[in-house]
Design a protein around this ligand. Structure first.
Ligand code: MN
Ligand code: MN
Length: 300
């Protein structure tokens, strides 16, 4: 595996700078009672203003929703009082992606849990380096979380990042597991420990709603009318996730065309992930580049 050349690394670094700036801006903006769609749109506008493109819709996942909530068109949901809010931001420059998240905690009962996720991420960043296995890293993350009295989500993982691919290659489970796969120099990873309360199940299930989608393939369409919508999606978002909101101004968009794309599996949906027992969840995430001595954090 060749190391990244300078030009590519610079694009990752620029995506990382924008993503971290927007994450911090949104962490300040988000307030109890605010419309979630305002947060999503403000984040995505800020990404573009700073010269990047969203690598996926801004996720604003509240309480027991661990991940993958973004506002549908005309969303009227608001940030609840006393909630725990995960803001997850993705930025790409020319397909090179930075993926980063923070938790804003409006409930003092969940302050320690939120801290546990942050501490686990920091420990993982200090631990990850060429030659260690994903299981060593997972054990470390699990130990930090459990030592603080909380539980990792066992079926949500960090992940390797590739060009125009948010999740590719190796996964980074947040628990110990059997694996001999090793971290290598030159790779880019998103590290994201998800933490819940000790009495919760510690795993997520898919919810019934889905507001994030992704292009899969061109073939298999029956009616021609949805072809143009599919072309628009592929041209604008390629293989990256997108929101239905983003299609509002596309002249080819209609509910029936969109449904046809889903039914013919030309696009796929990402359902929200909900903690199986309804436990609340915190998450912090950074994207790192692995150099010969360890992690270079791109989203600090
Ligand atoms: Mn993320
Ligand atoms: Mn991620």
């Amino acid at each position: 595996m060749p190391l990244l050349d300078r030009e590519v690394l610079e694009k990752y670094e620029e995506a990382g700078r924008i993503a971290s700036k927007v994450r911090e801006e949104m962490a300040r903006v988000v307030k109890e009672g605010l419309l979630i769609i305002e947060v999503c749109e403000a984040a995505e506008t800020a990404i573009r203003r700073l010269g990047g493109k969203p690598a996926f819709p801004c996720n604003v996942s509240v309480n027991e929703i661990a991940a993958h909530y973004t506002s549908p068109p005309r969303d009227e949901k608001r940030i609840p009082r006393n909630s725990v809010v995960k803001i997850d931001i993705g930025v790409h420059i020319d397909g090179y992606i930075a993926d980063t998240a923070a938790t804003v905690c409006f409930n003092r009962e969940y302050r320690d849990m939120t801290q546990a996720s942050k501490a686990a991420l920091e420990a993982a960043i200090r631990t990850i380096r060429p030659g260690i296995s994903t299981s060593e890293l997972g054990s470390k993350i699990q130990r930090v979380i459990e030592n603080m009295g909380f539980k990792p989500i066992s079926n949500l993982t960090g992940h390797q990042i590739g060009r125009y691919a948010v999740h590719t290659g190796k996964s980074l489970p947040n628990v110990s597991h059997v694996s001999f796969r090793k971290i290598r120099e030159g790779e880019v990873y998103a590290i994201e420990p998800f933490v819940t309360t000790p009495d919760s199940e510690g795993r997520v299930i898919e919810g019934s709603e889905a507001h994030i989608f992704r292009f899969l393939k061109r073939r298999g369409l029956k009616a021609g009318v949805s072809k143009n919508l599919l072309k628009y999606i592929e041209k604008n978002y390629r293989t990256l996730p997108f929101a239905k909101r983003w299609l509002t101004n596309c002249k080819f968009m209609s509910e029936s065309s969109f449904r046809e794309l889903l039914e013919s599996r030309c696009i796929m949906a990402y359902p929200v992930f909900i903690e199986a027992s309804g436990g609340w969840v915190a998450q912090f995430e950074h994207t790192v580049y692995i150099d010969k001595s360890g992690a270079v954090v791109l989203t600090e």
